[in-house]
Ligand binder design. Structure first.
Ligand code: FAS
Ligand code: PHB
Length: 393
């Protein structure tokens, strides 16, 4: 079989790239190792930057997002006895949207259904070949156990942090940076109306907590736990007690309303960047190239930003035989990747308790400045609401 662009991975990056390329008449095939139901059911990100919403609007994918998503002007920063609202729209002229990654992936899947796109789910043994030539190909075993080969002009690795694509880049040309944080997040989904209008990021000596949401009836909350925490150690009651303490239940009359927990998971916190994001005819996008701790709500948005830049680069390469944007892709994408990696590290280290009393004083001093100085608030707002897509040099 032959296509122009073989995309490995049908998460948001892979599906969005294939959708944008197909809109430009570029032939694509998407290969995915899990089932469609599994991919669309994975509970992950929830915050979309304005530039992400713009990409979906321009691609004709924004209708349900605008109907069911929530436009937020900003966030609340909370620490014991203090709560401050940062209004991003006042500060930098743009806010963010609350719309679950699961919904975004379903919208992308529906668009591919309408377009009759070529997607292979439940594949296995995916392997990339001859990526240093102009005739790369991908081999895999399909869901019926038959060995398949897909020849392509370009292969794009959108296969997340554990896929084969990043491994296909030779070690001697690849730089990798990684930082593992000394804490993890316990995330819960609860069938209860959010107790807040906008997200609450809370510092507390016991640990960080975040109150987010998915709809008017579903709350999404996180609390800092030790790495490797066994979810069985956290009963619903213990989770709600810790969230109430850390989020400031009772502060100025504010109350956290508990409810039935429908999903619990522990996710590790790490920063990871692999460069270059292109080797020969292989391009990497999204988590395949970088991972950020979710404190800055950047993971999904970075994947979209990579894809928006890469789709145009591949259109120029394959339709106009102009390789200039493709040759610049890695450098262009990495500028935003490092800006977002820094911001995610900055938010994470400002808000997570380490148990060290000196750290605690530094964090509280930083929070006091960020939440009460226009310069501090603007710096957070500019990064959280998102920078323009293709960062200037
Ligand atoms: P994805 O990981 O979404 O998609 C990669 C796809 O490739 C997967 O479907 C996988 O099955 C497939 N694949 C892997 N190996 C393959 C192979 N060999 N062959 C074929 N297919 C293969 N971000 C936030 O902003 N906020 C959050 O709260 C947040 N929470 C997260 C929680 C968890 C548990 C995880 C893991 C990530 C979270 N993220 C969060 C980040 C997340 O949203 C990612 O940034 C986003 O999914 C990136 O999208 P993709 O790059 O498409 O990668
Ligand atoms: C979420 O709603 O899942 C979410 C929101 C903000 C974050 C991380 C996760 O920083």
């Amino acid at each position: 079989m032959r296509t122009e662009v073989a995309v490995v991975g049908a998460g948001p990056a892979g599906l969005l790239l294939a959708h944008l390329l197909a809109a430009d008449g570029v032939d694509c095939v998407v290969l995915e190792s899990r089932s469609r139901e599994y991919v669309e059911g994975r509970i992950r990100a929830g915050i979309l930057e304005a530039s992400t919403v713009d990409v979906f609007d321009r691609a004709g994918l924004g209708e349900r997002l605008h109907r069911e998503g929530f436009a937020h002007r900003g966030i609340h920063l909370h620490w014991p006895h203090e709560r401050h609202h940062l209004d991003f729209v006042d500060l930098v002229g743009r806010g963010v949207w609350v719309y679950g990654q699961t919904e975004l992936t379903k919208d992308l899947g529906a668009a591919h259904d309408r377009a009759g796109s070529a997607r292979w789910y439940d594949v296995s043994d995916t392997a990339l070949h001859d990526i240093e030539t102009d005739r790369p190909y991908v081999t895999f075993v399909d869901d019926e156990g038959a060995a398949q080969r897909m020849d392509a002009d370009v292969v794009v690795g959108c296969d997340g942090s554990f896929g084969p694509s990043r491994q296909a880049v030779p070690r001697d040309v690849q730089d990798v940076w990684q930082r593992d944080y000394p804490y993890a997040w316990l995330g819960v989904l609860a069938d209860v109306a959010p107790s807040t209008d906008e997200l609450i990021y809370a510092w507390h000596p016991d640990g960080f907590a975040l109150h987010s949401m998915r709809s008017a009836h579903v709350s999404r909350l996180y609390l800092q736990v030790e790495p490797g925490t066994d979810i069985e150690d956290w009963s619903d009651e213990r989770i709600w007690d810790a969230l109430a303490t850390r989020l400031g239940d009772g502060h100025d009359g504010w109350q956290l309303m508990p409810g039935p927990i429908t999903d619990k998971s522990v996710l590790p916190m790490r920063s990871f960047v692999a460069a270059p994001m292109r080797h020969g005819r292989l391009f990497l996008a999204g988590d395949a190239a970088h991972i950020v701790p979710p404190t800055g709500a950047k993971g999904l948005n970075l994947a979209v930003a990579d894809v928006a830049v890469l789709a145009e680069a591949l259109r120029q390469l394959l339709r106009k035989h102009d390789a200039s944007l493709a040759d610049a892709y890695s450098q262009t994408a990495l500028r935003r990747v490092w800006r977002c990696t820094h911001f995610s590290w900055w938010m994470t280290t400002m808000l997570h308790a380490t148990g060290d009393p000196f750290d605690a004083q530094l964090q509280l001093a930083q929070l006091q400045w960020v939440a009460t100085s226009t310069a501090g608030m603007t710096g957070l707002a500019e990064n959280y609401a998102g920078l323009p897509l293709a960062l200037e040099a």
